[in-house]
Design a protein around this ligand. Structure first.
Ligand code: PGA
Length: 251
């Protein structure tokens, strides 16, 4: 079941997405929340911080786990996803940072890093009340890139050239050589276990992949397409990213 929420622009959809996450926390103050990085959710996190500052939201009993982390980057590296989460959200709200989980990018043994993260997800999360996702230009969710099959558990992934270029464009001061080529990512199996999934897409650059993922066949070559099989998905985007055809299909 997919519900589409389309708003005029980035600011409006960020507010709507923050409202959905806030609702999950208000309903369950001990909510388990899955979080994402990238340029898309920055506005959503800013809106959540505003709600906290206004006294409308309490993170003190919330547990979070992030989708992914670059292999080789520690949390103090300003391009790591731990650093992103701290600076965009955790440093500004009353969350207990020991209850925020991100794969350990400094663990060099990839197999161990992945199994450790699966163990954390199993023990600390079980399943998310709500999972926030972005969508990659190639349809990836987390860093689960197009592949022969949907990966169930946390894996070490070699990033696609398009992803490396997208990330260099937006981050790493535009420097292609600095973007790590591998990442640890939560598997699609754990993402699909979430009770509710909020996938965001903003900007004209996402329009085509959103159509592929939500109007096309379910295939591991477009990893986000598997969300068509989940019982509770909200696709939230701006007018640039969500076409009329997508709105029509899920009316
Ligand atoms: P973006 O990345 O928000 O920076 O576009 C999305 C993603 O790769 O999941």
């Amino acid at each position: 079941m997919i519900q589409v929420i389309r708003k005029k622009n980035y600011d409006e959809i960020s507010k709507a997405a923050a409202d959905l996450i806030a609702a999950a926390i208000l309903l369950n103050p001990e909510a388990k929340v899955g979080l994402a990085t990238g340029s898309t959710p920055v506005g959503t996190y800013a809106e959540l911080v505003k709600k906290y500052e206004a006294g409308d939201l309490d993170f003190s009993r919330v547990t979070t786990a992030n989708l992914d982390e670059y292999r080789g980057l520690g949390g103090d590296h300003d391009q790591s996803y731990r650093y992103f989460m701290n600076t965009n959200l955790f440093d500004h709200v009353n969350i207990d940072k020991s209850r925020t989980f991100v794969p350990d990018g400094t663990e060099e043994d990839a197999e161990k890093a992945c199994r450790d993260y699966d163990a954390i997800l199993e023990k600390e999360i079980g399943s998310f009340d709500i999972q926030l996702l972005g969508i990659g230009g190639d349809g990836h969710i987390g860093f689960n890139e197009p592949a022969d099959n949907f990966c169930v558990n946390t894996q070490c992934i070699r990033l696609e050239e398009q992803t490396i270029q997208d990330n260099a464009r937006l981050f790493f001061n535009g420097n292609l050589d600095e973007v790590p080529t591998e990442a640890y990512t939560m598997g699609i199996g754990f993402i699909m276990r979430s009770r509710k999934i909020l996938i965001m897409a903003t900007g004209a650059g996402k329009k085509e992949i959103v159509e592929k993922a939500f109007l096309g066949p379910v295939t591991p070559w477009v990893p986000a397409s598997i969300l068509q099989l989940h019982p509770n998905v909200v696709l939230a985007g701006d007018e640039a990213a969500i076409s009329d055809a997508v709105v029509e299909k899920y009316k």
